[in-house]
Write a protein that binds this ligand. Structure first.
Ligand code: ADP
Length: 363
């Protein structure tokens, strides 16, 4: 009995130390595994991880989020962790300016995320932006999907874009009135980029603060899929008002999406709601629907995150073609095509729900 318990505890320590070896102390830059970190089992069954160094709150949150993210994909993920720090240091900032700066001319910064790629996150971002724009809002979109920026293609601007710089600020790309910025505007078509941690944070910072966004009601940020450095950088760099999680209806997609949700919770970004994409296929010939990807994933995720299901977007040929040809359906003046109008309605529903939840009035 004794030895079984001992074995389990050794396993926990082994897994945690492997995780801590890959995470840096934000102050010294050394791996956390080289610190005298205490790992023990609490009476309530949780594994207590005591981190000895005093850091400010954002640094603590970042360390905690990294540990929890790695733990969530470890073989012991079902075990609950409690992570403790000494009292947070006040930020080295006597004026009390919060470390995450607010983008002062933007009313709401919203991260759009998904558990994995290919669920239609970018399609949803650009269509939701266009739906908000059509309802009279000033909208910007930042493609922070640095590993596979696809926004350019979706608006028919593949490869580098000619962008103006005025007073040291980049003027964003004007897409029918929506302000857009993507890493793809600086890359040749198909060019890949390898990002290292600090470079990534710097690039995101420039994309947020060195761009002349002007007055915006909404800035939608198309995040890379999954969880990782870019999300933590975003949370540290600027105040994000909330996240929308995009999922498809299948069970596995929901499991992936839950990881994103956990990560946002760790960095104190509220989940505004869930958008289920590819909810049902609408046949372009007979308009009959079929649930080819199972059903219910969006509502299940909404229930788990205690946030609303903002909308269910159907899978249609018209939406696929619109994304491929660079002309979002929600920007169209009018359409006689039944499948397109159902897609437009679904995005208008998401846009209205978002305005209500964030208490932003129609201009
Ligand atoms: P992600 O950003 O999650 O990687 P994308 O938005 O790039 O996904 O979408 C992946 C592909 O799926 C694109 O070709 C897009 O046109 C298509 N797609 C996304 N959502 C839909 C939908 N509801 N109906 C039809 N095609 C869709």
């Amino acid at each position: 009995m004794f030895s079984k318990k001992n074995k389990e505890q050794n396993k926990e320590k082994e897994v945690l130390l492997a995780i801590l070896a890959k995470i840096q102390n934000p102050i010294t830059g050394k791996p956390l595994s080289s610190e005298p970190i205490e790992i023990s089992r609490q009476e309530d069954g949780r594994i207590l991880v005591k981190i000895p160094f005093a850091a400010d709150r954002p640094a603590q949150l970042s360390v905690e989020a990294q540990i929890r993210t790695a733990w969530a994909s470890s073989p012991l993920k079902k075990e609950k962790l409690k992570i403790e720090f000494p009292p947070a240091k006040k930020p080295a900032n006597p004026m009390g300016i919060p470390p995450a700066k607010r983008l002062s001319s933007v009313k709401k910064v919203i991260a759009i995320s998904s558990g994995k790629g290919g669920v239609g996150k970018s399609t949803v971002t650009i269509h939701l932006a266009a739906a908000l724009y059509k309802q009279g809002f000033k909208v910007g979109v930042l493609d922070a999907d640095i590993y596979g920026p696809s926004l350019g293609k979706m608006i028919g601007q593949e490869g580098k874009a000619a962008l103006k710089i005025i007073n040291d600020k980049i003027i964003p790309y004007d897409f029918h009135g929506i302000k857009l910025m993507s890493f793809s505007f600086f890359l040749d078509t198909g060019q890949a980029v390898v990002w290292r941690g600090p470079m990534l944070g710097k690039a995101l910072e420039q994309f947020l603060f060195d761009i002349d966004w002007g007055e915006l009601d909404f800035l939608l940020v198309d995040m890379p899929p999954g969880t990782g450095d870019a999300h933590l950088s975003m949370a540290q760099l600027t105040e994000v008002d909330g996240a929308i999680i995009v999922t498809t209806p299948q069970e596995v997609a929901v499991l992936d999406a839950e990881r994103s949700v956990n990560m946002y919770q760790q960095v104190n970004i509220p989940i505004i709601g869930v958008i289920e994409n590819m909810s049902e296929f609408i046949c372009p010939h007979c308009s009959n629907t079929s649930e080819i990807f199972s059903r219910g994933g969006g509502s299940k995720l909404a229930e788990k995150t205690k946030s609303p299901l903002l909308s269910q977007i159907p899978l249609t040929l018209s939406l696929m073609k619109a994304s491929e040809s660079g002309s979002p359906l929600t920007l169209q003046e009018k359409t006689d095509d039944d499948t397109s109008s159902r897609v437009i309605e679904a995005f208008q529903q998401a846009s209205s729900a978002l305005q209500k939840l964030l208490a932003v009035n129609t201009p």
